[in-house]
Design a protein around this ligand. Structure first.
Ligand code: GLA
Ligand code: ZN
Length: 673
């Protein structure tokens, strides 16, 4: 359970009462209770309201608010208020504002305009955090700490002189000597050799490409610097309030921070989900992010900290969520492991950059809006679903995911700037999603023993220990799939000597002689030459083709065009008790789906229920009891035949026998009686 104080599904949102009069606060309490709100995130952007100057603090308004929340039975996810520093602080201390890659110091006047390594920002921020922790440590409303906000969202990197000096210290600690830095980065190239530590700079804007090893280390350094920033606040909170859980809200498809490394220091993962509700949106988009978040702490339930009740304000065009969609997507988050459903924000602002971002209470200012009615309905439903708390998702299929691989493969100049790691992950994830096969997202050095199938799309970088991890998984009987441009570089972004796919050669039983990047208007085809279930015949492929030679592997499909026509496109290698597959191109999605269906069947991985297309099924389990989420993403009603038995739908509390009808955007949570 996330908080013993609040043994229910958390429901609420970001609440910014400093934008409103105290009279409105009272109406907020009424409307929150009516909507089933039990938790609000407060103080996220309150630093300027809490501290008018360096010597003066003003906590009175927050005292009042905390008391008011407690009187109304609503809990606080209290923020550390450091997400945006006051103007006076930026003016007074010259090390605070961040510097961009071209050397321009940015101005204040927005938010998150601080350098992660600024001593003054850290010192004053931590002082405020200690005061907040001391002041509210025994307060009955305090349920959760919300450190900062969406770290690195606007300022993923700073290039100031202080960051340069701190980077050198970080390198000294990592490499010990400057010669080791030279070796790791391969500086016998373009005259880049460093003789003195002070010669080393952040990879600032320069004439042509920066050194890829340096860029990779700078990303690691920035992720670590921002983590250190978080740790500074977290340690104070832990010391003063050891029993209050601590979180910081993560983001979707977010590249700058190595969330796996961060997660060890966070009590409960939380994240902000903003799918674009446009026609054609694939619900696998949010599902993958939910699964990444669940994977960060090895399956532990997480908090959906923010989602829009309807439209956002920051896309070029901001479409509304259609009726029923917010509710459906909230249940989707729960289906994938969320134990909390929260929004940005409670009451829609009248001023500021986010005045046209939707909110639970819209500009009508009261309960009379479609959005509020939907929020109210969901909140009151969730009150009855507390028994789902702490149940977990169990999957037999894993996708390996690695932030450093993402950084390396997308910086490397060549062979194709169109190669995007997340897209390659999604090709395989979406196919499994469409097949209703639950997936865990696992780090490359994670424990693979509970999985039957492990997929590592575009595993370009193979870090120490990963070869052994995969070989041991396959030799014990696991099925492993990887794709083109994998097994190419080590953890320093240096190509493995002796040819591709480097350390993956043995398990895959192949050699890759060359790779060919295809222009967007180019493609190739491949022909399946062995029985692969319904994945037979000829398919299109694009983006990339490897020229492959088999060693011990068997050929399952061959390219049919260009100078590598007849060369292997898909191979299978028996290794110990298991099998390893290599897919040397980006096949059309239909193939990936049929191929994975075939592989899953062999591995005895079956969807929890047979359902029509566009229906998502996810099981959560607790104490041997299964909660089967069924979500109809379609715009039409569907029928499903259930295995014999009697079920109860926990959302409607209705008994369901063998057939069920699910209207468009509807959801059920079935429990077999
Ligand atoms: C982010 C931030 C919020 C708000 C929303 C708007 O998630 O954390 O403060 O700006 O975006 O969508
Ligand atoms: Zn800096």
């Amino acid at each position: 359970m996330i908080s013993k104080k609040l043994p229910h599904i958390f429901y609420g949102g970001d609440y910014n009462p400093e934008q409103w009069s105290e009279e409105i606060w009272l109406d907020d309490m009424r409307l929150m209770q009516k909507a089933g709100v039990n938790l609000v995130s407060i103080g996220i952007f309150s630093w300027a309201s809490l501290q008018p100057n360096e010597d003066t603090y003003n906590f009175e308004w927050l005292d009042k608010l905390m008391d008011l929340l407690a009187q109304n039975g609503i809990y606080a996810d209290l923020a550390t208020a450091t997400a945006a520093q006051p103007a006076w602080l930026s003016q007074k201390y010259s090390d605070v504002l961040p510097v961009d890659i071209k050397g321009n110091r940015l101005s204040y006047g927005s938010r998150q305009s601080y350098c992660p390594n600024s001593i003054s920002y850290r010192r004053l921020g931590q002082k405020l955090v200690r005061m907040l922790a001391e002041r509210y440590k025994g307060h009955p409303a305090l349920a959760l700490w919300h450190v900062n906000n969406e770290y690195a969202c606007h300022t993923p990197s700073c290039y100031c002189d202080n960051c340069a000096a701190t980077f050198r210290k970080w390198l000294k600690k990592k490499y010990g000597s400057i010669e080791n830095v030279n070796k790791a980065w391969g500086t016998n190239f373009w005259s880049q050799h460093y003789y003195d530590w002070d010669e080393i700079l952040p990879p600032r804007a320069t004439t042509a490409q920066n050194n890829p090893g340096q860029v990779l280390d700078y990303r690691r350094f920035m992720s670590d610097s921002i983590l250190e920033l978080y740790m500074g606040e977290k340690e104070i909170l832990r010391e003063v309030t050891p029993d209050i859980p601590i979180t910081t809200n993560f983001m979707s498809d977010f590249k700058p921070l190595d969330y796996f490394k961060w997660a060890e220091n966070i009590d409960v993962i939380s994240w902000d989900s903003y799918p674009n509700p446009e026609p054609g949106y694939h619900p696998g988009w949010a599902a993958l992010n939910h699964d990444i978040m669940r994977g960060l702490k090895n399956g532990k339930p997480f908090i959906l900290m923010e989602q829009a009740p309807s439209q956002v304000n920051w896309r070029p065009v901001n479409t509304n969520k259609r009726p029923g969609v917010m509710r459906l997507w909230s249940y989707q988050a729960m289906a994938h492991g969320a134990d909390a459903i929260m929004f940005f924000q409670w009451r829609q602002s009248l001023k500021g950059a986010e005045k046209f971002h939707s909110a639970m209470v819209t500009h009508t200012g009261n309960e009379n809006s479609r959005v509020y009615r939907e929020v109210e309905k969901l909140g009151n439903e969730l009150k009855g679903l507390s028994e789902i708390l702490d149940s977990t998702v169990s999957a037999k299929t894993a996708i390996l995911f690695d932030y450093e691989n993402w950084w390396a493969v997308e910086y490397t100049p060549g062979p194709s700037e169109n190669l995007k790691y997340m897209e390659q992950i999604r090709n395989y994830y979406n196919a499994l999603f469409d097949l209703n096969i639950p997936v865990d997202i696992v780090p490359v050095n994670g424990d693979l023993s509970k999985y039957s199938l492990v997929i590592a799309p575009l595993m370009h970088m193979v870090k120490p220990g990963v070869k052994e991890n995969i070989e041991s998984f396959v030799s014990k009987g696991g099925t492993f799939i990887t794709t083109f441009f994998s097994g190419i570089v080590d953890e320093n972004d240096g190509v493995f000597p002796g040819g591709y796919p480097g350390p993956l050669k043995d398990v895959l039983g192949i050699k890759v002689e060359e790779f060919d990047a295809l222009e967007p208007h180019m493609n190739n085809k491949f022909k399946v030459t062995q029985y692969l279930g319904k994945a037979s015949g000829e398919y299109n492929c694009n983006l990339w083709c490897d020229v492959v030679h088999t060693d011990t592997a068997r050929i399952l499909a061959v390219f049919t065009e260009d100078y590598y026509a007849g060369y292997p496109c898909i191979t299978e290698n028996s290794f110990g008790k298991g099998k390893a597959y290599y897919i040397a191109t980006q096949p059309e999605q239909d193939f990936i789906k049929e191929f994975l269906k075939y592989i899953c069947r062999i591995d005895n991985i079956v969807p929890p229920l047979d359902v029509p297309e566009g229906v998502e099924v996810m099981p959560r389990v607790k104490d041997g009891k299964e909660y089967l989420f069924i979500l109809n993403h379609n715009n039409s009603e569907i029928n499903i035949i259930l295995p014999p038995g009697e079920y109860i739908d926990l959302v409607s509390n209705k008994i369901i026998n063998n057939t069920l009808k699910l209207p468009p955007k509807e959801v059920m949570i079935l429990n077999q009686k």
